[in-house]
Design a protein around this ligand. Structure first.
Ligand code: HEM
Ligand SMILES: [Cu+2]
Length: 503
C-alpha cells in the first residue's frame, strides 16, 4: 500500500486517504442533495397543514408527504451516515480505505435505489407514505428502490467492519477503537440489524406487489417494519451522539470525562433499542399487553439511560476543556466564552438541547402505553419526531458538515456570517414547528391529514379555535426552518464549489 495516497490535513492534523476522502465527499454531497428535495417537500406539506394557507390538494399532499419522509428520513440521514462510516473507519484511524470499490458499489446502489423511489413517487405510482403499510400497494419498482437503497447501505455498514478489522491488523489502534469510531461501530451494528429487518419485510412486499405471492399479513408487516423504522432511529442517535463527541474534540479539544462510561452507554443502545421499537404498536390489538409493557416500559428506559449519560458527559467535557483554556472565573465563564459563533459548535449545542427537551423527554412520555393510546396518530407524534430527527440529528449533521468542509473538501466556508447564524435560525424554526405540532395534536389534530376543516370526513366536527394558533406557529416555524435549510444547502454547495482552497 503506497503511502503517497495519504495527505496530512493542515488544519486538523488528520491523516487522510485519498480514496476514503472521495467516498466521504460523495456521500455527503448526495445527502445534501436529497435534503434539498426533502426540504422543498417539507415546505409544501407544512404550508398545506397550515389551515390559513392550505396549499396543496389531496393527491399532491400525500405524494409530497411520501417523498418528504423518504428523502428526509431515509436518504439524507443514511447517505450522511455512510459518509460518517467512511470518516470513522479511515480518517479517524489514520488508515486507508481497504476496499474503496465496495464503497462505490454501496454508493451506487443507494443512488440508484433513491433515484428510483423518487421517480416512482413523482409519477404517482406510490402514494403510500414512507411506511407503505400493506394493504396499501405501490408499484413494484418502489419496493425495489427501497431494497436497492437498503442493500447499498447494508454494504456500507459492513464495510465499516472490514476496514476496522484490517486497520487493527496493521496496528492502527491497540485494544479498542477510539471513541468516535466506537460510536459509529455501535451505529453500524444497529444499522446491519435494522437493514436485515428491512429486507425481511420489503422483499415480501415487493413479491406481493408484483403478484408473485397472494398477500402479506398486515400485522406482521407493521411489527417487522418498525424493526426497521424505529431501530434506524437509533442508528441516527448513535451517529448524532458521535458527532457531538467529535465536534467537542475538534472545536474545543475536549475529551470525554469518563470514556468507559460513554462506551457503556453506546452498548446500551445496541442491547435495548430494538426491543423498544414497540412504542409504534402500542395501540395495535394484535400484540399482548405483557409484550408491550416489557418492551416500552422496561427496555426503553435502558436505552434512555444511555442518552442521559451522554447528555451529561458531553457538556461536562466542554466545561473541562474550556476551563483548561483559562476560562475559570465563576461558575459560568466557560459557558460565556464558548465558541458560539462557530457553526459546528453552536449546531452541536442546539442539537443537544433540543434533542433532550423536544425529542427525548416527549419520546419517553408518548412511549408509555397510557399516553400512546391518547396521542397515537395525532400531530403530537409528528412534533415529537421533528424534535428528535430534525432538531437533534439533522442539526448535528449540518454542524458536522461545516466542520469537515475544510478538512475533507479542502475548502473554506463561504458566507461565514450567514453560516454562524444558520444553526440558530434552523433550530428556532424547528423548535416552533415541533411545539406547534405537539400542541395542535393535544387538541386531537391528526397527523397525515391534508384538511382538518373538511366536513363530511371523519373529522366532521369543529376543532377548538386554539388549534389555529398552534398550526400557525408550526407554519411560521416551517418558514424559518426552510430559510435555515436553504442557507445550509447554499453554504454547503457554495463552499464546496467556490470556497477558498485550503492549503
Ligand atoms: C424544514 C424542515 C421541515 C419541515 C418544515 C417539516 C415539516 C413536516 C410536516 C408539516 C409534516 C407533515 C405531517 C403530516 O401532515 O402528518 C412532516 C412529516 C414528516 N417529516 Fe418533516 N419537516 C422538516 C424536516 C424534516 C427532516 C429533516 C426529517 C428527517 C430527518 C423529517 C421527517 C419527517 C417524517 C418522517 C415525516 C412523516 C411522514 C409521514 O407521516 O409519512 N422532516 N414534516
Ligand atoms: Cu420509534
Amino acid at each position: 500500500m503506497a503511502d503517497s495516497n495519504f495527505r496530512i490535513c493542515s488544519l486538523s492534523g488528520l491523516k487522510i486517504d485519498r480514496a476514503g476522502e472521495l467516498l466521504i465527499r460523495w456521500n455527503i454531497i448526495a445527502a445534501m442533495a436529497t435534503l434539498a428535495v426533502g426540504g422543498l417537500m417539507a415546505f409544501l406539506v407544512a404550508l398545506t397543514r397550515w389551515p390559513s394557507v392550505h396549499f396543496l390538494g389531496l393527491t399532491n399532499y400525500y405524494r409530497f408527504l411520501t417523498l418528504h419522509g423518504i428523502d428526509a428520513l431515509l436518504a439524507w440521514i443514511i447517505f450522511f451516515e455512510i459518509g460518517l462510516v467512511h470518516f470513522a473507519s479511515t480518517v479517524l484511524l489514520g488508515v486507508k480505505s481497504y476496499a474503496p470499490k465496495v464503497g462505490w458499489l454501496s454508493f451506487a446502489l443507494m443512488l440508484i435505489g433513491g433515484a428510483l423511489i423518487n421517480v416512482i413517487v413523482m409519477l404517482g405510482k406510490a402514494d403510500v407514505m414512507f411506511t407503505s403499510y400493506v394493504p396499501l400497494k405501490a408499484d413494484p419498482l418502489y419496493y425495489l428502490g427501497v431494497i436497492l437503497f437498503a442493500v447499498g447501505a447494508l454494504i456500507g455498514f459492513i464495510l465499516f467492519f472490514v476496514n476496522i478489522l484490517l486497520a487493527k491488523k496493521e496496528g492502527a489502534y491497540k485494544r479498542s477503537l477510539p471513541l468516535g469510531a466506537f460510536g459509529i461501530m455501535a451505529a453500524s451494528v444497529i444499522g446491519i440489524l435494522t437493514l436485515l429487518h428491512g429486507a425481511g419485510i420489503f422483499i415480501p412486499a415487493f413479491l406481493w406487489s408484483a403478484n408473485l405471492i397472494p398477500s402479506v399479513d398486515p400485522s406482521a408487516y407493521r411489527l417487522v417494519f418498525w424493526g426497521l423504522g424505529h431501530s434506524s432511529q437509533q442508528i441516527n442517535v448513535c451517529a448524532m451522539v458521535t458527532v457531538w463527541y467529535l465536534t467537542v474534540a475538534f472545536v474545543v479539544g475536549g475529551k470525554p470525562v469518563n470514556e468507559k462510561l460513554s462506551r457503556t452507554a453506546f452498548v446500551l443502545y445496541i442491547l435495548f433499542i430494538n426491543l423498544a421499537s414497540e412504542h409504534h404498536l402500542l395501540v395495535d390489538p394484535v400484540l399482548s399487553t405483557w409484550h408491550k409493557i416489557v418492551n416500552t416500559s422496561y427496555m426503553m428506559h435502558l436505552a434512555v439511560l444511555a442518552s442521559m449519560i451522554h447528555a451529561f458527559a458531553i457538556p461536562a467535557s466542554i466545561e473541562v476543556a474550556l476551563r483548561k483554556q483559562g476560562h475559570t472565573r465563576g461558575l459560568f465563564e466557560w459557558l460565556k466564552k464558548a465558541p458560539w459563533g462557530h457553526p459546528a459548535f453552536s449546531a452541536m449545542a442546539i442539537s443537544i438541547l433540543l434533542f433532550g427537551f423536544l425529542g427525548g423527554i416527549t419520546g419517553v412520555i408518548f412511549g408509555t402505553e397510557q399516553f400512546a393510546i391518547i396521542r397515537h396518530n395525532t400531530f403530537t407524534i409528528t412534533g415529537h419526531f421533528h424534535g428528535t430527527v430534525v432538531a437533534g440529528t439533522t442539526v448535528a449533521f449540518m454542524g458536522f458538515t461545516y466542520l469537515i468542509i475544510p478538512y475533507i473538501f479542502k475548502r473554506q466556508l463561504i458566507w461565514k456570517g450567514f453560516a454562524s447564524i444558520q444553526p440558530y435560525l434552523y433550530g428556532l424554526g424547528v423548535a416552533l414547528l415541533s411545539i406547534g405540532m405537539m400542541s395542535a395534536g393535544t387538541f386531537g389534530v391528526p397527523r397525515r391529514h391534508y384538511d382538518i376543516t373538511f366536513s363530511g370526513s371523519i373529522f366532521n366536527h369543529t376543532f377548538d379555535p386554539t388549534v389555529d394558533i398552534f398550526l400557525s406557529l408550526m407554519g411560521i416555524g416551517a418558514i424559518l426552518a426552510v430559510t435555515g435549510g436553504v442557507l445550509y444547502i447554499l453554504i454547503g454547495f457554495g463552499s464546496i464549489i467556490w470556497g477558498k482552497q485550503v492549503e
